[in-house]
Design a protein around this ligand. Sequence first.
Ligand SMILES: *Cc1c(COP(=O)(O)O)cnc(C)c1O
Length: 378
Amino acid sequence: MLKKRYLMTPGPTPVPEDIMLEMARPIIHHRTAQFREIIKSCEEGLKYVLGTQNDVVIFTSSGTGAMEAAVANFLSAKDKAICVMGGKFGERWSEICKAYGVESIDLNVEWGKAVDPASIKNALEKNKDVKAVFTTQCETSTGALNDIQAIGKIVSGSGAILVVDAISSLGACEIMTDEWKVDVVVGGSQKGLMIPPGLSFCSVSEKARQMLATSSLPKYYFNIKKALKSLEKDDTPYTPAVTLMIGLAKALDMIREEGIQEVIKRHRRLANAVRQAMKALGLELLSASPADSVTAVEVPEGIDGAALVKSIKENRGVWFAGGQAQLKGKIFRIATLGFMGDFDVIISISALELALKEAGYEFGVGSGVGAALNALLK
Ligand SMILES: *Cc1c(COP(=O)(O)O)cnc(C)c1O
């Protein structure tokens, strides 16, 4: 049987052919005028996508590398930080803080819910010495979107910096770094930015920059101060992932060409079509404040969620993500993230319908696809 594969996971995501071709060209040296142009172009493109005038440093690592850098470079041992939990990636902030001896005030949020910004306000009022608030924008493990604009209003009035993990929302959901007063935005390459895994980013506001000077936590490779200094000359402290940066420059050109507002609208339109299809199939979303980059759907009663995801993958070649940790087997997640269009949604819903029918779930075949098509017509 023909094995055609469709990657519908929230990272890695499909890479456009034009980008792959760009990355297939012969390697160039990184200490050249030619490569400095690539860095400059990445820098301008990232600022555009993030909506910021702040510098954005680029690291050779998956997204977690820039998360770790954000803790290690802005804080000092025994500092206090508020970490918004609510899923696997929110928990990661707390784990990194603990690994560095930073005292994490864990703000527990029920998985699937967005954080109530007022709870951050309360935590800041109770702990006046908090140095940073760490949160996700899209909590990929639950599909919930946090209200970063509201959180920015609160944190900007305190002495703390706001650090946002936007790894699965950059290039998909709106983020206005400067207008929303976000000090540090962390991003990664393999999601909305349409290139393979291996690059991470970190924007640095003036308030955050001042904390670089006082941070006493150990760091060497992930040194933001050094990276910023090199960036002044469109350079990097160490050999960058040349190939991926060439891919990133191309991806950012594509985003600029489409227009970031159009890119955001496209994601909203696709995610809406998925949500309408789920409704028509009688399936519940996990989150009441769903992100447009990934939709987490509750597995219906009596159906084995892990087996469902496996059968969609093995029998139809379509890769969804399952649930993580306590959501294992309980949800599946469909991404509408990065290089995706109308028919990616139709493929996803079709594959889901086939697998659901085979698993004995009752519904009218085509009702989900029909709802998605109708949503796309509007
Ligand atoms: C993918 C992802 C990460 C980072 O994961 P890496 O595997 O290190 O790239 C972090 N946060 C969120 C919200 C993510 O979706």
